[in-house]
Design a protein around this ligand. Structure first.
Ligand code: C5P
Length: 240
C-alpha cells in the first residue's frame, strides 16, 4: 500500500489517498482542540494513544458485527480505513449527565440518566455544530429517515457493546460521539475515531476523569489519562 496525496487535514487527524481508490491512510496528530477550536495544545504521544485505542475499539466492534470503516493499524500513529462519504451529523449517546447536557438542562454532573439519550448535532464548524432534531435533519436533507433510524439503532448497539467492554475494565462510559458515512455501495458505515477525545470515561471507583475533559478542564496529564485507558483496554481484550 502506498501513501499518496493529502486529502484532508482535520483537528486531530490527517487523511491521505492511497494507491487503492477506496482506502485512506489516516495519521493521528498530537494536537488537541476544545470549545470549537478556541482552546488548542499539542500533547506528545496523544496521536499514538488515540490511534491504538481507536484501532482496538473499532476492531472489537467489527468482531461484534458492527460494520465500520476500520481496516488495519499500520504503525503507532497510522491506520488504514475504508473511504466513506461522511454524513454531516454527529450522533451523541449519553448514559450519565455531563458536559453540554448537564449545562443545558441544569442536571448535576454524574447523575445517571433514567434512560439512554441520543442526540444529533449538525456537523458545521461555522455554525458551531448546533443541536438538531429529526425535523431539522429532514429540512436540511442531511440524510433519509431510514438511514437515520439505522444510525440511531447502530449507536445504541455500540453503546451496549462499549459500555460492557469498559465496565469490564472498571470504566464508566458516560457519553460519546459517533459519525457515520456511506461506503462505495451506499451502505451506512460507522466511521471516524472512537477514543478518549470522543468519549467521556470515568474510573468506576473514584469517578476520576480519564478523557478529553482532562484537557478541557485542566485536570492534569492527558497522556497519563489516555495511557490508563489503553492499558486497561488491552488487559480486557487480551484476557476477556
Ligand atoms: O460537549 P458534549 O457534552 O455535548 O459532548 C458529548 C460527548 O460527545 C463527549 O464525549 C464529547 O467528547 C463528544 N463530542 C465529540 N466531538 C464533538 C462534540 C462532542 O467527540 N464535536
Amino acid at each position: 500500500m502506498e501513501k499518496r496525496d493529502l486529502l484532508y487535514e482535520g483537528k486531530a487527524k490527517k487523511l491521505y489517498e492511497t494507491d487503492r481508490p477506496n482506502v485512506l491512510w489516516v495519521e493521528y496528530k498530537d494536537d488537541l482542540t476544545a470549545f470549537n477550536g478556541e482552546k488548542k495544545a499539542s500533547q506528545l504521544g496523544k496521536g499514538k494513544l488515540n490511534n491504538k485505542i481507536s484501532s482496538l475499539l473499532l476492531q472489537y466492534l467489527k468482531e461484534k458485527g458492527i460494520y465500520n470503516h476500520f481496516i488495519q493499524q499500520l504503525s503507532d500513529h497510522e491506520q488504514l480505513v475504508e473511504k466513506t462519504t461522511i454524513i454531516p451529523i454527529e450522533v451523541v449517546v449519553r448514559n450519565t449527565a455531563a458536559g453540554s447536557l448537564a449545562k443545558r438542562l441544569g442536571l448535576p454532573e454524574g447523575e445517571k440518566l433514567k434512560s439512554t439519550i441520543v442526540e444529533y448535532y449538525y456537523k458545521d464548524d461555522d455554525l458551531g455544530d448546533p443541536l438538531i432534531n429529526e425535523d431539522h435533519i429532514e429540512l436540511l436533507d442531511l440524510v433519509d429517515s431510514a438511514s437515520l433510524n439505522e444510525m440511531k439503532e447502530l449507536s445504541l448497539k455500540v453503546n451496549r457493546l462499549l459500555s460492557e467492554l469498559f465496565q469490564s475494565c472498571d470504566l464508566q462510559l458516560v457519553d460519546f460521539k459517533l459519525e457515520f458515512g456511506r461506503d462505495r455501495n451506499g451502505e451506512v458505515a460507522l466511521s471516524d475515531e472512537i477514543s478518549p477525545d470522543t468519549c467521556r470515561l470515568w474510573d468506576v471507583a473514584t469517578n476520576e476523569k480519564l478523557d478529553k475533559d482532562v484537557f478541557r478542564q485542566n485536570l492534569g496529564s492527558v497522556e497519563e489519562a489516555y495511557q490508563t485507558i489503553l492499558n486497561r483496554l488491552e488487559g480486557a481484550v487480551t484476557h476477556g
